[in-house]
Write a protein that binds this ligand. Structure first.
Ligand code: CMC
Length: 395
């Protein structure tokens, strides 16, 4: 009609003003509140990163201690939640379970559901950050038929998560420093990424004034898709498929399939809407990948070798070069998680755990913006013009 700008996929529409995360896709630059991701990944832990995203500044030692203390107060979940969890099939996908559990939090914590109330939002934020690891670990334990492990607050956020995942009542889990650091880095690198699909979903959902738990559940649901957070799982499944086809020797055949105009096969873990030179998170995750596989003596792991060979062949191939397709963070994060012992189906849930703080920071920013309005895109209508309904007998 000419009244609205038509921009499929929002390739050129800024949906908001934001001061949280900056990405320069051409330079391969990612900053949280002005700090380069490369420096945060080396000098900070995940909870410091959470504090930064939420408050705009890195904490000093006492601010950090206070923040960690507040998070620790909320690491347990309402005991009733395990009955809710028990209603799911044991073979349910963890993202299906997590979407339900996070959405269900609004029923368990209804004293903090007024999104327009800053105090409600603040406590909901701490609750979500604190309880996500507990919920993800519970979903995992339920799927393998093991008892839930309660959080132990003397451990760091990430060590605690790994203990809840891998410990049992008969054998405590002693988290290995290299692996904890790797998992913590996965959390930092996934913590925020400006207006990606799930974050935009959280903003749109929250813009109606719904409760924060419902808005975050919408983010979890959106993240699940293979073009977004589900890429890490899809990437590992793709590697397993190539492995089954015959491994490294079959990479050429697979790449030919990817390049075929008539096929919908994509090289999962490659390409990004914004990064057209390289993904700075991928560079850091690649480093971690080598570190973890070295620490675990897995350098000769066939899947890892396959991934490295695939990366090399794709980076030299004209198709990928011409389209500026490079490995993204998920190409490596899946390999790291698999080495740590995380089942493939849980990868995206871990991404959701890490992204929760970003979703909350973005939600807070939106609600605090004086120009904030309910999100309501328009459309270009292409359907039938006005016509008359005929009685059933005449149709
Ligand atoms: N494998 C093969 N071809 C690809 C790929 C890929 N992974 N990604 C893009 N292309 C091709 C695409 O077919 C198109 O080719 P042509 O110009 O001949 O039609 C061209 O490259 C441009 O692609 P596009 O679809 O316009 O790019 P986009 O910006 O809309 O999509 C993307 C970005 C991430 C959805 C896409 O690259 C993709 O599906 N990648 C695989 C899934 C993946 O790894 N996603 C994780 C993203 S990082 C984590 C996150 O932020 O969630």
């Amino acid at each position: 009609t000419g009244k609205f700008t038509y921009d499929p996929g929002f390739l050129s529409t800024a949906s908001c003003q934001s001061s949280i995360t900056y990405i320069d896709g051409d330079k391969g630059e990612l900053l949280y509140r002005g700090y380069p991701i490369e420096q945060l990944a080396v000098n900070c832990d995940f909870l410091e990163t959470c504090y930064l995203l939420l408050n705009g500044e890195l904490p000093n030692a006492s601010e950090k201690a206070e923040f960690v203390g507040r998070v620790n107060k909320h690491t347990m979940v309402n005991e009733q939640m395990q009955f809710f969890l028990r209603g799911f099939r044991r073979d349910a996908h963890p993202m299906a379970v997590l979407t339900g559990l996070v959405g269900g939090m609004s029923a368990f914590y209804h004293d903090t559901t007024d999104i327009t109330n800053p105090q409600h939002r603040e406590i909901a934020a701490i609750r979500l950050i604190a309880k996500m690891p507990t919920l993800v670990a519970m979903a995992y334990k339920y799927s393998v038929g093991q008892p839930y492990i309660y959080p132990k607050n003397e451990l760091s956020y990430t060590a605690n998560f790994m203990r809840m995942m891998f410990g049992t009542p008969c054998e405590d889990y002693q988290p290995d420093d290299v692996l904890v650091r790797a998992m913590d880095r996965i959390f930092i690198l996934h913590a925020d990424h400006e207006q990606n699909a799930s974050t935009s979903t959280v903003r749109l959902c929250g813009s109606s004034g719904t409760n924060p738990y419902a808005a975050i559940a919408a983010g979890v649901a959106c993240l699940w898709g293979p073009a977004h957070g589900g890429a890490n799982e899809a990437c590992l499944n793709m590697l397993a498929d190539i492995q089954q086809m015959g491994g490294v020797a079959k990479i050429g055949e697979f790449i030919t399939k990817v390049k075929d105009k008539n096929s919908s096969v994509k090289l999962m873990g490659f390409g990004h809407r914004v990064y057209k030179n390289y993904d700075p998170r991928a560079k850091l995750m690649r480093e971690t990948c080598h570190e973890v596989l070295g620490a675990l003596g897995l350098e000769n792991d066939p899947m890892f070798k396959l991934a490295m060979a695939l990366e090399k062949i794709a980076l030299e191939d004209e198709y990928f070069v011409a389209r500026k397709l490079y490995p993204n963070v998920d190409f490596y994060s899946g390999i790291v998680q698999r080495a740590i012992g995380i089942p493939v189906s849980l990868f995206t849930a871990i991404f959701a755990l890490a992204r929760t703080v970003g979703w909350i920071a973005q939600l807070n920013e939106m609600i605090s913006d004086p120009e904030y309005k309910i999100g309501r895109p328009r459309q270009l209508f292409t359907g039938a013009a006005s016509r008359d309904v005929k009685p059933l007998a005449e149709r």
